[in-house]
Design a protein around this ligand. Structure first.
Ligand code: IPE
Length: 257
């Protein structure tokens, strides 16, 4: 059970690496998009927001090299790359007048016996209490069995949502949601639907899986903790504001248990 003492509702938002970076390149950030999303966050002014971002071209290609070589230097390169993207996000928020701090999973999250152990609660809680947005990211972390492994931004979303009993959870990707076979966005997705649907993965170099893995995690969040999440297109202007404000006209897929 969580014991935090944050006043007001808590939102968790992840912005995918495919939105913030060009996934076809290496370490190529979409700075204008990072700026636009920061402005939208400031515009919506959520009371308590835990922000998570993916790695995109600042992590996936580098992690792929590490997973092959298993060399420490490649693990470090992966962490350094995603830290660089994290700094771009934190700085963009700061430039908009929003207090934000980086929280790097490598320093506070480990994988033990195949289970991910998060030691980030205090940092998140104290940041929120001071009106600071904690900015987490997918990262490479120590593994007790085998060097390092990857914790994805999506896993961090599930962790933060359940620990802080989030009332609004969103995953901003570069597509409008989950599509059915005829290319129409599925507005409401349940566990049964997931078993029936043929949900496609990402087209890019991706060490953490694509849409299918995302939906599976969110279905568990909904089924076990009764927390619904919405998948929407954060590459489209105003959608982050709409999500944070809870606007009904946000196009996306709501994942329920
Ligand atoms: C991946 O995080 C982390 C690393 C590869 C180091 P995510 O899986 O959350 O990243 P995106 O959103 O797919 O880019």
């Amino acid at each position: 059970m969580n014991k935090h003492s944050i006043a007001g509702e808590i939102y968790v938002l992840k912005i995918g690496g495919s939105v913030l970076t060009d996934k076809g390149e290496i370490r190529k950030a979409r700075k204008a998009t990072i700026k636009r999303i920061s402005k939208e966050i400031v515009q919506a002014a959520p009371k308590n927001l835990i922000l998570v971002h993916g790695a995109g071209s600042f992590g996936h290609p580098q992690a792929k090299v590490y997973l092959k070589s298993r060399e420490l230097k490649d693990a470090l390169i992966t962490h350094e790359a995603v830290k660089e993207l994290n700094w771009l996000v934190v700085s963009a928020l700061t430039d908009c007048g929003q207090k934000a701090i980086p929280l790097h999973p490598l320093s506070a999250v480990v994988s033990k016996g195949g289970k991910i152990v998060y030691k980030l609660n205090d940092q998140i809680e104290l940041a929120l209490k001071q009106g600071i947005i904690p900015v987490l990211h997918g990262d490479i972390i120590l593994d007790d069995e085998d060097g390092f492994c990857i914790v994805s931004g999506d896993q961090l979303v599930v962790y933060a949502a359940k620990e802080f009993k989030a009332s609004r959870v969103g995953l901003g990707t570069d597509v409008d949601g989950v599509f059915d076979d005829s290319g129409v966005v599925i507005r409401n997705l349940t566990l049964q639907d997931v078993e029936k649907q043929n949900i496609k993965g990402s087209e890019h170099v991706d060490v953490t899986g694509g849409m299918k893995e995302k939906v599976e995690l969110l279905v568990q969040l909904a089924a076990r903790y009764k927390i619904r999440a919405v998948l929407f297109n954060a590459a489209e202007e105003s959608n982050v504001v709409k999500f944070l404000r809870g606007d009904d006209d946000l196009v996306g897929t709501v994942v329920t248990g």
